[in-house]
Design a protein around this ligand. Structure first.
Ligand SMILES: [Zn+2]
Ligand SMILES: [Zn+2]
Ligand SMILES: [Zn+2]
Ligand SMILES: [Zn+2]
Length: 474
């Protein structure tokens, strides 16, 4: 049974929240929870009901649920229920796969062994009044409510009284409360974790969540949490600027965030949303009370103009379509328009760094020094920003550190062999790399063993050994 760390307590007013009932250290497990419901995204292709791999063959027994060749069966209650179902359109899922999540939720409620746990889903906020008659509401009406109501299911269910209101409520619960997670085949699916859902949002949270291939969610504290403080999670990417984060939170989760980062127009001095002032060309614009003002010359830029610049820049990134030369060109172009830490530039730099990584791992011959030097430079520019927006234990930081120390060691080795650097400098770089590798490993050790990050932790440990070995031989 899922339980919070004894040092946490769940409180409720309008929405529930979690508070530290005692001092919590960094790295403590806050919660370990199994999902109640896993569902593919609304627009997903047809997937196996058991493992969510793409598949469009159906279970031979019930003729309703999609299954893949690797899976022998799916939920036995669901299978037996539909084997006996008379007057039910068996093509429901094949023709309207969007109904999967709400259908599974109804079946959980109908299943006597699971209904108590499943009823927790219905206690989550559904945002019905905010959503009624909105675009998303109409979309669910057409793709989910209609097909489910017409399938014959409502009259077959004995314990659940199904109407369009209940189905919309379930859709709202899935949209507003599910966590985007990766399953074992690396696909993105949604999971409902009612306990984890109690944590309120903060753009610089004091916890992080990790989900392994078993889909268990682990939440750990990333920094020390003082008794009486809120225990919080972040429900959007911290790598985007305040405007984007607030938009995503408002539209997806119905949250208005006024955390310290959102309230600080410099975003803790990172200037992640700032543009270069077009009047003095020396300083940066920050968003203060919905106006964009230069911090030096106080000149203003109309919000509509800022928005147009952002739309154009986003279109440029889309047009680049993953082409590394185009992205490098955009980094140059954007550097004349935005602060070097602007989230669009950081995003491009991360993409370029990840392409360079695949070049390094895919080629049989060692990548040229220029490739590694560029990777080092990108990481040196990205890391300070990550450290500010994700202090403490951070997966993003750990991965960026890994991306950084690996080429650092390789370049130093080449330089030492070619006598570009002497023994002393070589030792200095290796010592620095060892420090980074250890720090990266320390953070990754909190990741579930059965996850890509868990695998990375093992790789980093190997690197630590290798670096130590090199140091000992100098
Ligand atoms: Zn399967
Ligand atoms: Zn079946
Ligand atoms: Zn915020
Ligand atoms: Zn200015």
């Amino acid at each position: 049974m899922e339980k919070f760390n004894v040092k946490c307590k769940v409180e409720k007013n309008e929405r529930s929240y979690v508070i530290a009932d005692d001092n919590i250290e960094a790295g403590e497990e806050i919660l370990l929870e199994n999902p109640i419901l896993i569902t593919p995204n609304w627009d997903s292709e047809i997937r196996c009901s058991n493992c969510f791999r793409e598949s469009n063959i159906v279970c031979k027994k019930c003729d309703v649920f999609p299954m893949c060749v690797a899976c022998e069966d799916h939920d036995s209650f669901d299978c037996e229920f539909f084997q006996k179902a008379v007057g039910f359109s068996k093509n429901l899922l094949i023709e309207n796969f969007s109904v999967f999540g709400p259908l599974k939720c109804l079946m959980l409620l109908e299943n006597p062994e699971k209904s108590t746990v499943a009823s927790e889903i219905l206690k989550l906020p559904s945002f019905t009044s905010e959503r009624r008659n909105s675009d998303i509401w109409e979309e669910h009406e057409k793709n989910v409510v209609g097909p489910l109501m017409q399938s014959g299911l409502p009259s077959l269910l004995k314990t659940v009284k199904v109407d369009s209101e209940l189905i919309q409520k379930i859709c709202g619960i899935i949209d507003g409360n599910s966590f985007e997670i990766r399953n074992s085949s690396g696909d993105s699916v949604k999971g409902i974790y009612p306990f984890a859902n109690n944590l309120t949002h903060n753009c610089t949270p004091n916890t992080m969540m990790a989900v392994g291939f078993d889909l268990k969610m682990k939440i750990i504290s990333t920094i020390p949490i003082e008794k009486g403080s809120l225990v919080q999670n972040c429900y959007v990417s911290p790598l985007v600027g305040t405007g984007v984060r607030q938009h995503l939170l408002k539209n997806g989760k119905y949250i208005t965030c006024n955390c310290d980062r959102c309230e600080d127009p410099t975003e803790f001095g990172t200037f992640m949303s700032s543009l270069i002032c077009r009047a003095c060309f020396e300083s940066y614009l920050i968003n203060k009370n919905s106006a964009w003002i230069c911090i030096s010359c106080s000149c203003e830029m109309p919000t509509t103009e800022v928005n147009e610049i952002l739309i154009d820049a986003n279109n440029d990134i889309l047009d680049a379509d993953g082409d590394i030369r185009q992205m490098e060109y955009l980094i140059q172009k954007f550097s004349k328009m935005f602060h070097p830490n602007h989230y669009l530039i950081i995003d491009l730099k991360q993409s370029v760094a990840s392409i360079l990584r695949s070049i390094c791992t895919a080629s049989l011959v060692p990548p040229g020094k220029a490739v590694m030097d560029r990777k080092i430079q990108l990481c040196e520019e990205i890391l300070p920003v990550l450290k500010v927006i994700q202090p403490g234990i951070s997966r993003l930081n750990a991965i960026a550190m890994y991306e950084y120390f690996v080429p650092l060691v390789e370049v130093a080795e080449i330089d030492f062999e070619e006598k570009v650097i002497g023994k002393e400098k070589y030792l200095e770089i290796l010592t620095e790399a060892e420090k980074l590798a250890k720090e990266s490993a320390r953070m990754l050790l909190y990741e579930p063993v059965n996850s890509p990050e868990g695998d990375l932790a093992q790789q980093v440990m190997q690197h630590v050994k290798k670096i130590r070995n090199r140091i000992s031989k100098i």
